[in-house]
Design a protein around this ligand. Sequence first.
Ligand SMILES: Cc1ncc(C[n+]2csc(CCOP(=O)(O)OP(=O)(O)O)c2C)c(N)n1
Ligand SMILES: [Mg+2]
Length: 283
Amino acid sequence: MSGTAANTLSNMSLPRRAWEIRRKAVRMGEVQGQGYVGQALGVADVLAVSYFHALNYRAEDPQWEGRDRFLLSIGHYAIALYSALIEAGILPEQELETYGADDSRLPMSGMAAYTPGMEITGGSLGQGLGIAVGMALGLKAKKNPAFVYNLMSDGELGEGSTWEAAMSAAHHKLSNLICLVDFNDQQADGKSTQMLSAEPVHDKWSAFGWHVQRVDGNDMDALVAAFDAARNLADDRPRIIICDTLMCKGVPFLEAREMAHFVRVEPDEWQKALDALDATRPA
Ligand SMILES: Cc1ncc(C[n+]2csc(CCOP(=O)(O)OP(=O)(O)O)c2C)c(N)n1
Ligand SMILES: [Mg+2]
């Protein structure tokens, strides 16, 4: 069911795709001297499965009407998605060097008007799921069989608009909607479960009429199985995959930092982070 001819022809493994995404994200952080690298490192496996296993798209035609829509509700995760879009061939690799520059198509927060493959301007948190509901409704009305994926964060579970959209998705039987939550248990001021706990997360979504799965979001096999189950489910519930991830995954000295929402990386540490990744490159 996966992506473009170019992607299906390539035999690069999913762990390697995730590694490539991580490396590009760290490079972008290095270019700008800052960035939400912890989020990108944590969610890289989810993005690899999305772009190299689940999504239907044409790299050479990002607006193809039949594409599955991938919405980045969390605009601050932009470098994570830019890395995946570069890896998928939707953006050219050399553009990575322009990240965050004044005339770049890769602004520091994701914006639909600037970047091919960026479906929405996210970043005002809690808006993405509502937009996804509208898109999924529209696709159904047009009898377009594409899916809408919405990547959101655990912080967004504290937004009331998320729950209004969740209720609406079940009411409208949006079986073409797959929500992904990057549950890293972090937000700007500390741990999400300590700021405003959404637990029990599974039960809440289930009570709202969704098909719910909760997986280790850094376990590639578990992610593949969950994405397949979400897509192939026979009933008309909207689907959600709650992905428990580790912020900064893959760079041990960053993994160890607390309050990782905006990781402070000293100038000499970018290279150290790249070295740590290079030491663990999958085949
Ligand atoms: C409506 C809204 N309120 C506040 C913010 C400021 N803000 C930006 S990122 C962030 C943290 C949200 O939690 P999460 O996305 O889980 O953070 P992370 O995992 O990236 O640390 C906040 C509060 C925002 N972008 N939108
Ligand atoms: Mg979070």
